[in-house]
Write a protein that binds this ligand. Structure first.
Ligand SMILES: NC(=O)c1ccc[n+]([C@@H]2O[C@H](COP(=O)([O-])OP(=O)(O)OC[C@H]3O[C@@H](n4cnc5c(N)ncnc54)[C@H](OP(=O)(O)O)[C@@H]3O)[C@@H](O)[C@H]2O)c1
Length: 285
């Protein structure tokens, strides 16, 4: 019997990357939930191993259809804090009711969280506030030696597909980070690949950054808060060590899978495509 993997959020960047990786495996069926089927890449829609389910994840009947008979349930959803909590809690409760044995992102079913630091593709967007493609500069708070954990969407999806098939995987998975590297290290790698060293711009200390974050009020203007402040949280918590998964050499438990480091990412993405690469992940094949 093929393994049935149910995925919520297939039209999203991460969801489509995960489904593409899963569809490369033998003996697997993927059931994907989307609100709008036209957003699902043709290569996924046309696969005989892919079953499309259209509906909203807040609808109980839809989730029952999604998890019915599934062995593994993956959430690649993205939304407000409240949506992420309530929709995913409901997914877990109904997956458990349907005897799904594994939930990736977990209770008595085997819950698995895959921690990867920040998405490398997100890091290079202008929105993120580090890379400036016009100036060829990298901005940072702190000393520039703070370590970031960075992993591309596609490399994360490769790991998630392996974890989905691994009946022993459970709990918090911390061994899948692409690379631990500082902004200075990224600048040096960039120079090696592109022959030009980005200028480095120090914006202040990490304490200065925290003070900027604390001075902004999400409730005052939520529409402005997201684009103007959200990335500062990323910068603060990714570089102050609080979200780090560990130290030392990176080693995956899955033979044949490699950690895609910044060098490899830069070698496979043109200079021009860096700022927009995040928006096309999972649409290239
Ligand atoms: N570590 C990092 O740097 C980082 C960065 C970004 C994201 N993430 C994580 O990665 C995951 C996915 O992010 P992403 O970038 O792939 O997000 P995304 O592209 O915005 O995709 C979000 C997905 O959720 C779906 N969705 C939202 N509300 C829904 C609803 N009510 N019913 C059904 N589907 C719904 C969307 O469907 P529609 O297409 O219909 O809207 C879409 O498929 C999240 O867990 C996020 O926290 C991590």
């Amino acid at each position: 019997m093929p393994l049935l993997v149910a995925v919520a959020g297939v039209s999203g960047r991460f969801g489509r990357c995960i489904v593409q990786e899963l569809l490369k495996k033998p003996d697997i069926l993927v059931r994907g939930l989307v609100r709008d089927s036209s957003k699902v890449p043709a290569a996924i829609r046309s696969s005989p191993a892919f079953e499309l389910l259209e509906g909203d994840v807040t609808d109980v009947g839809t989730i029952r259809q999604l998890v019915n008979g599934a062995d593994v349930m993956i959430s690649a959803l993205m939304g407000s804090d409240l949506f992420m909590f309530e929709a995913q809690k409901q997914l877990i409760d109904l997956a458990e009711e349907a005897n799904v044995y594994k939930y990736l992102q977990g209770k008595t079913i085997k819950g698995v969280h895959v921690l990867i630091g920040a998405f490398l593709d997100t890091f290079w967007t202008q929105w993120f506030g580090v890379w400036n493609p016009e100036e060829l500069s990298l901005s940072f708070w702190g000393t520039g030696d703070e370590v970031w954990e960075l992993t591309s969407y596609e490399n994360t999806a490769e790991f998630v597909a392996e974890v989905a098939l691994d009946s022993n995987a459970s709990g918090i998975q911390k061994q899948f980070v692409g690379e631990r590297i500082s902004v200075r290290g990224i600048a040096a790698t960039f120079e090696k690949v592109h022959g030009h060293k980005p200028s480095l711009k120090r914006l202040g200390s990490l304490n200065d950054l925290k003070a900027v974050i604390d001075s902004t009020n999400k409730d005052e203007n939520p529409m402005l808060w997201l684009p103007l402040t959200c990335y500062r949280f990323y910068q603060y918590y990714c570089s102050n060590g609080q979200t780090h998964t560990g130290t030392g050499a990176l080693k995956t438990p899955y033979p044949g899978l490699r950690h895609e480091d910044v060098k490899e990412y830069l070698q496979t993405h043109s200079l021009e495509s860096l700022v927009t690469a995040m928006f096309t992940v999972g649409t290239r094949n």
